[in-house]
Write a new protein. Sequence first.
Length: 110
Amino acid sequence: MVNSRATMSNTKLGEWFWRFLAVVMMFAVGWTIWIIYQLNPPPLVMNAAFEAAAKAKGKGTRGEKQSAQGVIAPSAAAESVSKAPETPPINPDKLKFSDSITLPDPNAKK
């Protein structure tokens, strides 16, 4: 005779195992698709934006120019600093690596 209760319990256990495995596989496929999507995101600026910018530049034939808002221009102070280089506020010799570990000299000038 066949033990029907033992056979039924093994069948149900096997069925739930395969269902669990199917869910895990679906999760793995979904996760892989999500990673691929994250590695290849859609462009932030669409082609229509480039076309609109080109059209705006084309309309400025009467001496009008497209506004440059959002473009960072150097300030007058930055230009004057770049023309006359100054000494850096820190001593670059202090940033060099030493050959050995030594204590600082307390009698040295600061």
